[in-house]
Design a protein around this ligand. Sequence first.
Ligand SMILES: [Zn+2]
Length: 498
Amino acid sequence: MIELPSGGAGLHSSHVQHNDATFWMTQDAHRKLLAVRAPTTHHFPIPFDGEPRALNDNRVLTLCPLTAHNARALRAAVPWLKPVRLGLQTSAGFGDRLGLATVGHIRALRAARAENLAPIFAQQSIRENARTGRTPPGVLDDATWGAFQAGWKSAVGADADHLKTTDDLDACVAAEYSFYTIDPGEYVNSAADRASATELRHFVDLLPWQELEGTPRDLATRYAGKTVRLETRNLKPETDDLLRAAAKYGRALAHVAKMYRHLTSTSVEFELEVSVDETETPTTHVEHYYFASELKRLGVPFISLAPRYSGRFEKGVDYIGDLDAFERDLAVHAEIARCLGPYKLSLHSGSDKFSVYEIAMRQARGLVHLKTAGTSYLEALRTVAQIEPELLRAIYAFAREHYAADRATYHVSAQLARAPLGDALSDADLPALLNQFDARQILHVTYGSVLNARDATGKARFKEEMMAFLRANEDAYAANLEKHFVRHLKPFAANNPL
Ligand SMILES: [Zn+2]
């Protein structure tokens, strides 16, 4: 009898059976491996690539390296690992810049009893991939291995986040993502916010009317003087508000429609999110109504929308603003989403916004998608701070040097002068940097510079060390993620009416 490799520490939960094949994660002295045991006659949709050994009961055990090919074969053999559409279920995106966080995310879902949330473990934007040196298929594969290792057995989605061009779409379609977040932000005309009535009419005349399948006159007939009945209130757009909405979002609408039509020309099964959260000013209710009803008119179905809400959703820190005003604002967005959809309201830059989760879930009645990303990278840094303080000090000093340049593309307000210096902190106090507002944001937005920093030999000086560290301290990292994400997920689990 040949001895079967067992799961090893922390890997036993990976054991799953489907049809008459069994799969689990194991490891040899150097690396993790996928073990597949099946009858010799078993036919897999995609054959696994590995070393087969005959067992004495007409079965074969194959030990497979964790390659892209084997990730694809595993998704084909174990159906719940293949990303699918999640529909209107309350959902959460766990963006993972380093690709090692999924096990911790799943521990948090279980600890928060939030397994009724539909999770998206693979979620990176093209911008993030450029900064981390990753690719859409690589991100998906990392999430697949993590979900498999942790024994996740429910539906998952995969979010191709903040896509801006049809080339972006193609790269994610090829990798079989299931959730496409279209970001038409570059086509939003923010000058409309301050434009005069004459300027607004001019902007509207210049919209791509052919792509919008209409004329300025149609716009007037569709909306002017009309009262929109929501559940508890009416919206009565004034002509100027309507012109402003069209001037601001008309080009963005045409771009979203173009992206959607491109997606439908492929064979991928998908759901769509539309995000305008990275605009200069909050999305008004009239703008939301106009944008969503025009998407409907253009035949563009979407499962979630990310308006820019009132107040500030800065990276890595709690909501900044008046919570009552936020609730009043979101209540109307939620009514519009129910009347025109229903579709979900998406909370982008959603990590660490502990004071708004309960409000959002209650007002949107569970029709919410939470999107987090950089906060898992910060938990990786917290783990480094706890165990390898000198590495964290070096990363933090480097991050401070690059903050001024790197903050440009983000909504952040951290000031270097308010963030403690790493050298001024004892080893024991160092992890507390990850709780300090300014230091958090500085570390959050500099991830691209940190991960791309090279030493004299061209080696990624921090990234390689961090990845090796996190692989060696997998459990400590997962424990930090669990602790941090339980706080995120509990309000969604507790207030989920669906
Ligand atoms: Zn966003």
